[in-house]
Design a protein around this ligand. Sequence first.
Ligand code: NI
Length: 182
Amino acid sequence: MAIREVLRLGNPILGQKASRITEFNTNELDVLIQDMQDTMQAKNGAGLAAPQIGVSQQLVLFGFTSNPRYPQAAPIPQTVLINPEIRPVGELITYDWEGCLSLPGLRGFVPRYDCIEYSGYDANGDQHTIKASGFHARVVQHECDHLIGILYPQRMDDLSKLGYVDELLEAGELQHVKQEQS
Ligand code: NI
């Protein structure tokens, strides 16, 4: 069990395309997943991608029952997703506030597909296909973007809606978000 350092915006690993995972049920993969779970939990993340801890491989985690960083979000099942693919379902785009452990203290108002179907492998190498909408779909799109070197500001179409949590709270843009730990 280990809480790993989370790389921040500007680190070149965050801008790389991650490689596919080809071996399942290995000790190396189990340790990586455990470290990511420990790190995500310690920092109250809604999700975490392997490149954020410096491992450029196609692995993301997400899920929570309740999350102080996103107190109004509905629960998302704890998920390990490897070599993911995302397909939009319909063309509806919605905007909501997102944060990222690699941009501590910041939030941005980001457009995402409202409804998606995503597929990928779990830790045992079994394939799953899941349909998701709303915040669940948003989290999956955010985490999978990390695997192609994209951070959420690159998805924004109005950078005036990028700011620090405390300033946005003060301005009344954000509500009910607890201050982050980092
Ligand atoms: Ni992120």
